[in-house]
Design a protein around this ligand. Structure first.
Ligand SMILES: Nc1nc2c(ncn2[C@@H]2O[C@H](COP(=O)(O)OP(=O)(O)OP(=O)(O)O)[C@@H](O)[C@H]2O)c(=O)[nH]1
Ligand SMILES: [Mg+2]
Length: 420
């Protein structure tokens, strides 16, 4: 099993509700309001680690919910904050909104937390709604309710060097002799079924190499293991193109070189332009020397390093060439994108619509915000609501839209008569 793309469901915690309560004490008959605020809901936080290089963890666990904030309580007790939920992903995970496909973030750096979804704000307790004329507010604010979001995680491995080539040419063998990685090696096609990463140390240099499954002609159109794995070498500085120069599988090394580059070109114009070092592998085989000369004559401007990976012969020269090339290239950078953010309601915005027949609808973030605060069967709360409508200019806007006394105003699922 190798998962490098997965859809998950995430929800930050709801805010806790504010409390309605009044101070009670012996001999203090009419204590003031003392309802505490609700706690903030937990955030959903992403953190990237190098300790993982697949998204396999998300095969079964797809639902993530941060804790809700607790409700406020009497005696001005604040509700406890909901715990944040931290989701760990491999470095190189690109996070998108499922619906729009837009990128939310590129988890490029290790250990740098990213707040994916903020927890809902806690509602205010009734202590906040006491005024000189309203001594005993019987209402409080509801905590902010959060929405579950659908997110796509897609791993795009980050490495310095990508190993490419036909199946069975010795890519994994090469990785195994230059790094501590222990990829599967065998004498058949498609031994490697998912990317392997290895860290290579050469004198003072250190770089990361990604080995992917073999490509074949037509991979660009989805043949063989197809395109699937090319995204794991997209974020590299250079490519090492391994060719079986012995020709013992009946293919011509030069044709192999062209075919693989054709595949890269079909996949991405950029990838085919990436600097390449050519490795002529299996130099221990009978026809290799002759084929190498021929390959060199056909590609006179290219760096071609002869190698016998199986006995690590030629490794020193290859390492030198790789280090020299990498040092001349810029580091891999995060994706460029316009970050997508989940809409947080604009709490000041409202719109008035004349529906005809004396009915006017008011909608928008301000209405949702006020709606959260108001208890409509409470006359005082309603008074507060009307006051806010006036203060925020809603009444004036209704007038302007043509509302007259006795007309009907609709806000969400409540209705009332318009009286200025
Ligand atoms: N004679 C010879 N055989 C080699 C050499 N390097 C690798 N091999 C053999 O070639 C076969 C394939 O090696 P792998 O490293 O699995 O090749 P790969 O390119 O990773 O293959 P896929 O993962 O299937 O794409 C194995 O049997 C290796 O032992 C070499 O320098 N000389
Ligand atoms: Mg392999």
């Amino acid at each position: 099993m190798f998962i490098d793309k997965v859809k998950i469901y995430v929800k930050s915690g709801n805010g806790g509700n504010g409390a309605v309560s009044f101070h009670t004490e012996k001999y203090v008959p009419n204590g003031g309001p003392d309802g505490g605020d609700g706690g903030k809901g937990g955030d959903i936080i992403l953190v990237a680690t190098k300790a993982k290089n697949t998204l396999n963890d998300f095969h079964f666990a797809k639902h993530f919910r941060a804790q809700n904030g607790e409700n406020g309580a009497p005696k001005r007790s604040y509700g406890k904050q909901g715990k944040d939920l931290v989701i760990t992903v491999p470095v190189g995970t690109v996070v998108r909104d499922f619906e729009s496909g837009k990128i939310i973030t590129d988890m490029f750096e290790e250990d740098k937390p990213f707040v994916l979804l903020k927890g809902g704000r806690g509602g205010k307790g009734n202590t906040h709604f006491k005024t000189s004329t309203r001594q005993a507010p019987h209402f409080s604010q509801t905590g902010e309710k959060t929405i579950e979001r659908e997110i796509v995680l897609e791993l795009k491995t980050i490495a310095d060097v990508g190993l490419i080539g036909f199946p069975n040419v010795g890519k994994s063998t090469l990785l195994s002799v230059i790094s501590e990685a222990k990829p599967k090696i065998a004498n058949y096609h498609f031994t490697t079924l998912s990317p392997n990463l290895g860290v290579v140390k050469f004198y003072d240099s250190e770089f990361v190499v990604a080995d992917i499954p073999g490509l074949i002609e037509g991979a660009g159109q989805g043949l063989g293991l197809g395109h699937e794995f090319l995204r794991h070498i997209e974020r590299t500085r250079c490519l090492v193109h391994v060719i079986d120069v012995s020709g013992h599988e009946g293919r011509d090394p030069y044709q192999d070189y062209l075919a693989i580059n054709e595949e890269l070109a079909v996949y991405s114009e950029e990838l085919v332009k990436r600097p390449q070092i050519i490795v002529a592998n299996k130099m221990d085989m009978p026809d290799s020397q002759k084929n190498l000369e021929e390959l060199k004559s056909k590609l006179p401007d290219k760096v071609i390093v002869p190698l016998t990976a199986i006995i690590a012969e030629g490794i020193e020269e290859l390492m030198k060439q790789i280090v020299k090339l990498i040092e001349s290239l810029p580091p891999v950078t995060p994706l460029e994108y316009e970050p997508f953010e989940y809409e947080t309601i604009n709490r000041e915005h409202f719109e008035v619509k004349n529906m005809g027949e004396g009915i006017f609808e008011v909608s928008g973030g301000l209405m949702e915000e006020l709606g959260r605060r108001v208890v409509f069967d409470d006359s005082e709360s309603l008074k507060f609501f009307q006051k806010m409508l006036r203060q925020k200019g809603v009444i004036a806007a209704l007038r302007k839209a043509g509302a007259e006394d006795g007309d009907t105003v609709v806000i969400g699922d409540i209705e009332f008569d318009f009286v200025d």
